[in-house]
Design a binder for this molecule. Structure first.
Ligand code: A2P
Length: 305
């Protein structure tokens, strides 16, 4: 089975967890139940996924003891000025007393003061087409400062970040600030976005790396790549398993998303990908090119430099 990793808080987390981005309502509920049933103990969600309610309900209905589970949720960009209230709201939706890890979803604070409904994804657009997302006098460093006090409330065991570049991390790690080192950085990683430099940087700081979209998300061509298929055939596994085990072999957490019970189960099977084959999979990018599957034109990504 897959190994456990240890956070800088001393807590352990399973190296493979269920991703739930783009799983809504009953799909998310069924996916989490199926995952817990076949042995997953690590579930990843976020306020913006809008599925914390069914995810939490599945966790409670599964009857798996809470202490055996590792649950992550994330602070959405529009609530960066009030992380504790946002965490309270997430816990309420999840129906849980605490999460194991609370992540700042993006190093971007979005101003949606003009938005009347609670649709976090609608960002006000100015007449000239630009989006006014900045908030004067606020940035992600300040958000991180405010997140410092969350672990002592008991509402989350650890705090971390997501979509942080090396430059973003350096900002919050400045020694004179004296801030907590993030327990984790969750980023997009797959063979077309191997992120070697960022992974090495995180490891050097004791920050656990977590990979989202490890299969290349829903528009991936990785799963149908002939070379990945060849490696899969060699080990008598499926292409998705090659991609998941490639990540674990490289020393980080992998969060494959699926709502299909059969795929949820097969994604959870570990095998030893040799270092030669790990290298071979890494080289796929030479043929396919670098690709970000998470839309790089969406405004917040502009901060990811
Ligand atoms: P589905 O939910 O129908 O299984 P990522 O984890 O990179 O975001 O990729 C998720 C995408 O990959 C989803 O479209 C998911 O579809 C699909 N997927 C997940 N597991 C597998 C698998 N074992 N084989 C093929 N596709 C998969």
């Amino acid at each position: 089975s897959f190994p456990l990793f240890t956070l800088n808080t001393g807590a352990t987390l399973p190296s493979v967890g269920l991703g739930t981005w783009q799983s809504s309502d009953e799909d998310a509920y069924k996916a989490v139940l199926a995952a817990l049933d076949c042995g997953y103990r690590h579930i990843d969600t976020a306020a913006i996924y809008r599925n914390e309610e069914p995810v939490g309900r599945a966790i409670r209905d599964s009857k798996v003891p809470r202490s055996e589970l590792f649950v992550t949720t994330k602070l959405w960009c529009t609530q960066q000025r009030e992380p504790e209230a946002a965490l309270d709201a997430s816990l309420k939706r999840l129906g849980l007393d605490y999460v194991d890890l609370y992540l700042m979803h993006w190093p971007v604070c979005l101003n949606v003061d003009n938005v009347k409904d609670d649709n976090y994804l609608v960002i006000p657009t100015k007449a000239d087409g630009s989006r006014d997302v900045d908030i004067e006098g606020w940035n992600f460093v300040k958000t991180w400062e405010h997140m410092q006090k969350l672990p002592q409330t008991g509402k989350t065991k650890a705090i971390g970040v997501s979509n942080f570049s090396i430059n973003n991390l350096k900002e919050i790690l400045k020694p004179e600030l004296g801030f907590t080192v993030p327990a984790a950085n969750q980023i997009e990683i797959h063979p077309q976005l191997a992120q070697d430099e960022l992974i090495d940087f995180c490891k050097s700081k004791g920050i656990v790396v977590e990979a989202y979209s490890p299969l290349g998300s829903s528009s991936s061509t990785l799963l149908s790549d002939p070379e990945i298929a060849e490696v899969a055939d060699k080990y008598k596994v499926e292409p998705a398993q090659v991609l998941i085990n490639w990540g674990v072999a490289r020393g980080y957490c992998v969060l494959p998303k699926s709502t299909n019970p059969k795929r949820i189960e097969s994604n959870f099977k570990s095998f030893n990908l040799s270092s030669e084959d790990t290298q071979r999979v890494s080289e796929i990018t030479k043929k396919l090119g670098v690709k970000r599957y998470v839309d790089p034109n969406w405004k917040p990504f502009k901060a990811f430099v």
